[in-house]
Design a protein around this ligand. Structure first.
Ligand code: UGY
Ligand code: MN
Length: 246
């Protein structure tokens, strides 16, 4: 392992950059034969949890969701996922959303398979059915142009329905693409860069970021980003949605 006293990671009151160089493993009951890096969590003031799990041969994630729903996205490798009586092989770019109160199992992974998870305590709505299990995959052809800017495309990975209180989207910035405005909003984000490099502005601080980095943005953390270099920059991000502001 390369030793260094340097990192791009920062943890502030309302945002954080977590680069992989500072990961420390957590043991999570039921998740065995793997490393679990808890990247975003309520311990830092967040209302979501984001982890990156790296499975070794024989590794398994077995459990049942309780208060929190979990979104599982395969970043690298492949594994078998069993949810709700259905078993599928998930490869990089494929995902499954597991609602509350649902058993799940991941096994038979290729070595070093990486799974990103987003967890959120589910807030039920009267008259709305609890969301059901949802399988899908990354697909740029399902990503409409964002705010009339041909350089920006967002694919929504979960149905845009009131029953869902979280969204997970993939945001692709073509070469030179940038957010059209500084966003200032009540929703919170957790994200991980899947490709490329960028400059992110968070609360008037400027950060170089790249594939593998994660970012937490608390509500009202100002945010702006531009792709950097000669390739698109792509991130997958969480957002809380569809509930009355308290
Ligand atoms: O959906 C969003 O709020 C998104 N445009 N924000 C972001 O990518 N920082
Ligand atoms: Mn935003």
């Amino acid at each position: 392992m390369e030793m260094s006293a340097l990192t791009r990671s920062v943890t502030k009151r309302n945002h954080a950059i977590i680069a992989p160089d500072g990961y420390i493993n957590s043991n999570v009951p039921g998740w065995t034969g793997c490393t679990v890096n808890v990247i975003i969590n309520e311990q830092m003031g967040a209302h979501l949890c984001q982890t990156l799990v790296t499975l070794s041969a024989g590794g398994q994630l077995l459990g049942k969701t309780e208060a929190s729903q979990i979104f599982f996205y395969v970043v690298e490798g492949e594994c078998q996922a069993a949810v709700g009586g259905e078993t599928r092989i998930l490869t990089a770019g494929q995902y499954v959303y597991v609602p509350v109160g649902q058993a799940y199992g991941f096994a038979n992974a290729a070595p070093d398979t990486k799974i990103l998870t987003f967890h959120k305590v589910y807030e039920p709505l009267a008259d709305q059915a609890t969301p059901s299990i949802h399988w899908g995959e990354r697909d740029l052809s399902k990503a409409p142009v964002y705010m009339n800017d041909e350089a920006l495309r967002i694919q929504e990975l979960l149905p845009n329905e009131l029953g869902f209180d979280m969204a997970v989207n993939i945001f692709t910035y073509g070469i030179g693409g940038n957010l059209p405005m500084v966003e200032t909003h009540i929703m919170e984000h957790g994200l991980m860069y899947l490709e490329g490099q960028a400059i992110y502005m968070l609360d008037q601080c400027w950060y170089p970021v790249k594939k593998g980095d994660s970012i937490w943005m608390a509500p009202y953390c100002q945010q702006w980003a531009t792709a950097m270099g000669q390739e698109p920059s792509v991130y997958i991000y969480y957002k809380n949605v569809n509930r009355f502001p308290t």
